[in-house]
Design a protein around this ligand. Structure first.
Ligand SMILES: NC(=O)c1ccc[n+]([C@@H]2O[C@H](COP(=O)([O-])OP(=O)(O)OC[C@H]3O[C@@H](n4cnc5c(N)ncnc54)[C@H](O)[C@@H]3O)[C@@H](O)[C@H]2O)c1
Length: 418
């Protein structure tokens, strides 16, 4: 199967509803997978939750151990180690990477650090999980994908954290598309809308600086929907035509981050050097058309990732704010009875659900990180390249670069480099 045909999270396990079943063999006897995580804020908390939980819910070939957490502030990183359950703490990621009691480095830091940490970790013989977008530039992503391919020959796995693939409903949508239930795809319509920048006095956090984040809404939200759209469609984008805009160009300096996406201001102001919003159209290799919108200025929309796929035989729609559901229209039914129906994706035969709660007892955002950890552990144990791989991350980076290129050239249709 090629990169675009694969379906993950589909292996069936015996129902173990939330750890109440008995795994085969004592978990403590399984070989450990000793994790060292860099960054301890938003994604650090989400990944910690994933690593803490995964071995208690899924029957895994390896036993994840929360060995070390890393940040730059000694007091804060020790507090984070206590809060999130990590055994030890480091204040320099180089020391973490150099430790011979670490098997996997999990990168939960801003984009400007991804390439350097990932390259060092792979060179030191560690598996790597890297948050999205893979890098800040195509050049960095190329070096990372090349290093991951070489490291794979030495038995190492490298995965990029496009966690929305791991929402059970999204994984099931992928399965339905792969089964041919939509037939030939014609349209893919995707939006990812947030509103935390609407207030012009919101401070200039790292997400608003190009040298740290690479790009703005595009790399942050757009990267997710590019990956999800391509994954669900089962094929890559061939080209894009784009508009980007920075609505507020000067903001108060940031005094500190106070939560996932919140921060306090300091004295003075600075320039916003990334896009605030990106809107683009695209063409898939098969000829299907796609539209994308990524913004942090959609007043009232908090984390509204929505995708709809229309094919010759049927349509599917998913909304992250109702993440246990899929909307499906079977176009082969007689018109008199046809219509969109709601599939409650909580059955044990749905992806990942055999290990969780009885039907109807829904999952949430944090479970995507548990599923991400599960799939990575299985790939490591099997010596498989995990999905999404660094090569997949590089391809998304190329789409991001084409969007920026097109926007710079008055929306000129820009083919995606291969
Ligand atoms: N998958 C998702 O849904 C999702 C959601 C949010 C963010 N992200 C991605 O996760 C990454 C981190 O974002 P976040 O929201 O957690 O950011 P954040 O600001 O909440 O946390 C960043 C962390 O990195 C640490 N850090 C920064 N530079 C460091 C360095 N040189 N050495 C050690 N630690 C360093 C900070 O101290 C902080 O703990 C980004 O790539 C972002 O795009 C992914």
């Amino acid at each position: 199967m090629g990169q675009w045909q694969q379906t993950e999270g589909a292996e069936s396990e015996q129902p173990r509803w939330a750890g109440f079943g008995e795994p085969e063999g004592a978990v403590a006897e399984r070989p450990p997978l000793r994790i060292g995580m860099v960054g301890y804020a938003f994604m650090g908390a989400a990944h910690s939750q994933g690593w803490r939980t995964v071995g208690r819910v899924f029957d895994l070939p390896l036993r994840p151990v929360l060995a070390a957490i890393c940040g730059r502030d000694a007091a804060a990183v020790h507090a984070a180690a206590d809060r999130h359950g990590w055994a030890t703490a480091e204040t320099d990621w180089r020391d973490l990477v150099a430790r011979d009691d670490i098997d996997l480095v999990d990168i939960c830091t801003p984009g400007d650090t991804h390439a350097e940490i990932a390259l060092a970790a792979l060179a030191a013989g560690k598996h790597v999980l890297c948050e999205k977008p893979l890098a800040n530039t195509v050049e960095e992503a190329e070096a990372m994908a090349e290093a991951a391919a070489t490291a794979h020959e030495r038995g190492l796995s490298a995965m990029v954290g496009f966690n929305y693939r791991r929402v059970p409903a999204a994984a099931f949508a992928r399965r339905m598309v792969a089964e041919g239930r939509l037939g030939t795809l014609r349209h893919v319509r995707v939006t990812y809308l947030q509103d935390w920048l609407v207030d012009p006095s919101f401070p200039l956090t790292w997400r608003l600086r190009r040298e740290r984040a690479g790009s703005g809404s595009l790399g942050d939200l757009g990267a997710h929907i590019i990956d999800l759209a391509q994954h669900l469609a089962g094929e890559p984008l061939a080209g894009v035509s784009a508009l980007t805009e920075t609505f507020v160009r000067e903001r108060p300096l940031a005094g500190g981050v106070t939560g996932g996406l919140s921060a306090v201001s300091a004295a003075g102001t600075g320039a916003v050097t990334v896009d605030d919003a990106a809107v683009f159209t695209g063409r898939f290799a098969s000829g299907a058309l796609a539209s994308f919108e990524a913004t942090r200025y959609a007043t009232g929309r908090k984390n509204a990732l929505r995708i709809e796929l229309n094919g010759e035989r049927g349509s599917l729609a998913f909304d992250l704010e109702r993440l246990n559901e899929l909307s499906y229209h079977d176009g082969t039914e007689p018109g008199t009875h046809a219509g969109f129906r709601r599939i409650l994706v909580t059955e044990p035969d749905h992806p990942y659900l055999d290990a969780w709660w009885p039907p109807g007892h829904g999952l949430g955002y944090e479970h995507t990180f548990v599923h991400q950890a599960r799939d990575l552990v299985h790939a490591i144990a099997a010596g498989r390249t995990p999905e999404p791989s660094f090569a997949d991350g590089l391809q998304v980076q190329r789409v991001l670069a084409a969007v920026e290129d097109s926007a710079r050239k008055n929306s000129l249709y820009t083919p995606i480099a291969v």
